[in-house]
Design a binder for this molecule. Structure first.
Ligand code: NI
Length: 190
């Protein structure tokens, strides 16, 4: 396993539309080793998620996990999940204001409107089907990660007047945001 370099905003790879992965590719030792690297890199960087495109592999795979995350201490836990060729479909028009950061965007956070509930259809790393509806902050994380597969970064969707460094977010925005999303999670689930 190896920790990969994470592409930073401005690198053209982050603007590519990633291609789908075939079943044969997914089953290959090379692809399985790549997924191990993706997870290890996400853990090393304390990410809540990491898309393959962020480590210079423009393929439709992302890793998601939240477990005692120091970058996002308010996020409810998400078990380690690998999404291959994910498709997201909103199941309601309702949206919420999520405050997001990204390992490819150093020291910046911003408010992005995300669907409250989305259906995700994908394969897991072994090609088994995933079909579930996710809500709240978890739905926000899924939308952020799958956006990467289409060359989109949270800053594209954010209101620029909400941009903050991580320190200023802590000082001026975090308390109100955590209160709002705690109410959301209590209502719709994580
Ligand atoms: Ni990101």
């Amino acid at each position: 396993m190896a920790i990969r370099k994470i592409a930073q905003i401005g690198h053209p790879v982050l603007r590519q539309v990633a291609r789908e992965v075939t079943r044969e590719e997914l089953a290959s030792p090379k692809m399985q080793a790549f997924i191990d690297d993706l997870v290890e890199t996400m853990h090393d960087a304390d990410g809540a998620g990491l898309a393959a495109i962020q480590v210079y592999e423009p393929i439709r795979i992302c890793a998601i996990e939240v477990r005692n995350n120091p970058r996002y201490p308010y996020k409810p836990p998400i078990p380690l999940t690998i999404l291959v060729n994910p498709k997201l479909t909103p199941v309601t028009d309702e949206m919420f204001e999520n405050n997001e950061g990204c390992l490819s965007v150093p020291n910046l956070r911003g408010v992005v409107k995300r669907y409250v509930s989305v259906r995700v259809q994908a394969w897991d790393r072994h090609g088994n089907p995933i079909d579930e509806v996710v809500h709240g902050l978890k739905a926000g994380t899924y939308q952020h990660e799958t956006d990467h597969l289409d060359g989109k970064i949270f800053v594209d969707r954010a209101d620029p007047s909400t941009f903050a460094t991580w320190t200023e977010f802590e000082r001026h925005q975090k308390a109100a945001f955590v209160e709002k999303v705690t109410q959301l999670v209590a209502r719709v689930g994580s």
